[in-house]
Ligand binder design. Structure first.
Ligand code: SAM
Length: 349
């Protein structure tokens, strides 16, 4: 087993953001080497429960061996978090008090010979799970020049996408990370600003191979539905494409109306189901970045589940019904009106 370790990013901030309580039920959707998971288990003891998920079977082995001492409180599943809802239903693990996504890759993966990093020569693979069909080499060697340019532009946000794509196509077949890195360096030079010139192309390939953005959008929506009242959704992202998805979804779900600003009267019927715990993303301190440079691009966003109007009315109706049955009379409209007024007052505070 690898001797390389992964240092969990924003550890104290994560525990605070999840509001971890003894006896609580939590999900770590990206358990990795188990650093955050260990802290959650520690804080939620006694009686806490944790469901840990990771798409990478190697990460699962590492997490299982690290967290062996907590075996009665933890369930570790080798799955993609895109199936979060199905996993929770299968294991009857809902509702939950907090859900964590620590996106991207662990240091173990970056330092492995699985093609994730341009710093280590390895076959161009990049699959989180070796069971997936498409590798980075398949994309590099079979996509058209146009498709490659589009991919590097969209998922790498690289202004040199066309030039890089043209050179890749000329130099094919390209089988290894080092070969690809050389092609990119020959195209746009070996240094460019603070980051290596291959960084963005590697990011674009990894996102495509693992369908990272689509999976994140799907999983975040499922996560919101799995949270109990005041449950926390906590996400650390490491690049702007991920962060934009997290930010936009949280902001949208914290609003009662999502009609375009030009619409005179609300027609969407949308109701808020989240409260933003922090208006701005939390970032690591300079001390943390110094100790763990891989934390430098981390952005933490936190939201809390609130009751939607619809859920509130449903509960209110059930309550009114129960009260009426008890009182032997029919007072529903008056009771409901009162509850609606109380709810509106709560909302506007
Ligand atoms: C930054 S690491 C997590 C590190 C972990 N928080 C710790 O403290 O050790 C991200 C992990 O998420 C996993 N991952 C990324 N995308 C995933 C997905 N769609 N489904 C499940 N796991 C995923 C990766 O395999 C990796 O192990």
């Amino acid at each position: 087993m690898s001797t390389v370790t992964h240092v969990p990013v924003l550890l104290n901030e994560i525990i605070e953001a999840l509001a971890v309580q003894p006896g609580g039920r939590y999900i770590d959707c990206t358990i990795g080497a188990g650093g955050h998971a260990a802290a959650i288990l520690e804080q939620s003891s006694p009686g806490g429960q944790l469901l840990g998920i990771d798409a990478d079977p190697e990460a699962i082995q590492i997490a299982k061996s690290r967290l062996g001492a907590y075996k009665d409180s933890i369930l570790i599943i080798n799955e993609n978090f895109v199936n979060l809802q199905a996993i929770c239903l299968k294991y009857d693990f809902l509702p939950v008090n907090g859900i964590l996504f620590d996106l991207g890759l662990s240091s173990l993966q970056l330092d492995s010979r699985r093609g994730f990093s341009f710093q280590h020569d390895a076959p161009l693979d990049m699959r989180l799970n070796p069971g997936q069909e498409i590798t980075a080499a398949d994309i590099i060697n079979t996509f058209s020049e146009n498709e490659l340019a589009q991919l590097i532009k969209t998922y790498g946000e690289d202004e040199y996408s066309r030039r890089i794509a043209r050179h890749i196509v000329r130099k094919r077949p390209i089988k290894t990370t080092l070969q690809l890195t050389r092609v990119i360096e020959q195209t746009i030079g070996s240094r460019r600003g603070k980051i290596h010139p291959a960084t963005k192309t590697f990011q674009a390939l990894r996102i495509t191979v693992n369908q990272e953005l689509e999976n994140l959008k799907t999983a975040l929506r499922q996560a919101i539905n799995l949270l109990g009242f005041e449950g926390r959704l906590v996400v650390i992202s490491y690049h702007s494409l991920e962060d934009r998805i997290v930010k936009q979804l949280m902001q949208q779900e914290a609003k009662d109306c999502i009609c375009p600003p030009t619409t005179p009267v609300c027609v969407c019927g949308h109701t808020a189901c989240l409260r933003l715990v922090n208006k701005k993303a939390i970032t690591p301190s300079s001390r943390e970045v110094q100790l763990n440079p891989r934390s430098r691009s981390a952005k933490l966003r936190v939201a809390e589940r609130i009751t939607t109007q619809e859920e509130y009315y449903q509960t209110a109706e059930k309550l009114c019904y129960a009260m009426n049955v008890k009182a032997g009379g029919w007072r529903r409209p008056a009771q409901l009106k009162k509850l609606r007024v109380t709810y509106s007052a709560l909302q506007s505070n």
